[in-house]
Design a protein around this ligand. Structure first.
Ligand code: DAH
Length: 343
């Protein structure tokens, strides 16, 4: 009897199952309550001679433990194998999560700021809710001067001294309040004007202001900086031209055109057959502005410029309706890429 049990111990040790069904047959053979071998052997216990009982009990328990262990490990193994057979290529890369895209205005703003950063300009910001002094008076807009009408202003009803800034030039003043020359800075931001919404104007848009004040700054410096900027952004074959203009805070003042980005200067509907596109206002900082900031205009001179980001983005991407920048239609936004974190 003992030998029989030992024989089964060997059998169990060598047993391998190729499937869970086979393993189930094995389990029934040994552990089935009614006909299983273990039950049968335990029933034989009473017939075993007395002196053999201890050894018989020992090998029988060993057989039982072995069977249970074998079933447990084989089942685990077979189940793992089955899981791996799932009809799926686990080495394929996962599906990308949609992370959204950067807004075209942000893409262009960053590109513009990067160009000026490479030329040594710092970047700073100013408030959108402004007082009359910073938005107008310090910039040499006299009270009741018609120049104020150039920019239709949103006033706060309760306090006419408070406005939504009409341009980023307010930040020139803020910056000169806290920094002494030499100073060289670009100032991006959102601006507001009381204008009807159309394909080419909006009551909210974006600008970048530039300001450089130091000893011996000349109009030639301004031209050189803007030429480099135009060629970096619009391409190396871009030319620029200046037309005399008027802004209260610069003297002399100019508007700058670049070679039409569409026709390269030959003339087309976009440039109204002139070959040129107007993109910014600029000039030498008016001595009155410097004086307002306690900077001596005999010692220091400076240049300033300002332009709209929407206009530049429209030229870059061939967008012909300014309103779409604010609509945030996903079909439009999805055409731009996510380009990493800002600044
Ligand atoms: N602030 C002007 C505007 O919004 C743009 C401008 C013109 C800014 C000339 C300047 C400048 O700094 O020198 O129309």
């Amino acid at each position: 009897m003992i030998d029989q049990v030992k024989h089964y111990i060997e059998e169990v040790k060598n047993f391998e199952a190729k499937s869970l069904e086979e393993l189930e047959q094995f389990r029934i053979k040994f552990l089935s309550k009614k006909q299983g071998l273990i039950t049968k052997f335990f029933a034989e216990f009473k017939n075993v001679p007395k002196e053999e009982k201890p050894e018989y009990g020992k090998v029988l328990n060993e057989l039982k433990a072995l069977v249970e262990h074998k079933i447990k490990t084989l089942r685990q193994h077979l189940e793992d194998q089955q899981a791996q057979k799932v009809d799926m290529d686990l080495t394929l890369p996962g599906e990308n999560m949609a992370v959204g895209t950067r807004h075209p205005l942000s893409i262009v703003r960053r590109e513009l700021l990067d160009i000026f950063r490479r030329m040594g300009f710092a970047v700073a910001h100013g408030p959108e809710i402004e007082d009359d002094w910073h938005n107008f008076t310090a910039l040499n807009f006299p009270h009741d001067h018609p120049a104020r009408d150039m920019q239709d202003t949103f006033f706060i009803e309760r306090d006419p001294d408070v406005v939504l800034r009409t341009h980023t030039s307010n930040t020139q003043i803020r910056y000169m309040e806290t920094h002494r020359p030499p100073l060289k800075v670009v100032l991006p931001g959102r601006v507001y004007r009381n204008e009807a919404v159309s394909y080419r104007s909006h009551y909210v848009f974006h600008q970048i202001e530039g300001l450089y004040v130091d000893r011996n700054v000349s109009f030639a410096d301004l031209k050189q900086t803007l030429l480099i900027f135009a060629r970096e952004f619009f391409g190396e074959h871009t030319n620029i031209r200046f037309r005399p203009s008027y802004f209260p805070f610069t003297e002399p003042s100019a508007e700058m055109d670049v070679t039409c980005t569409l026709c390269g200067g030959k003339g087309c509907p976009v440039c109204k057959y002139t070959g040129w596109l107007e993109i910014l206002g600029c000039g030498m900082v008016d001595p009155n502005v410097l004086r307002n900031m306690d900077i001596d205009p005999e010692e220091y001179t400076g240049y300033a410029f300002g332009f709209g980001i929407e206009r530049i983005a429209m030229l870059k991407y061939g967008i012909n309706d300014l309103r779409i920048f604010l609509e945030n239609d996903k079909r439009m936004l999805d055409q731009f890429q996510y380009l990493g974190d800002e600044e």
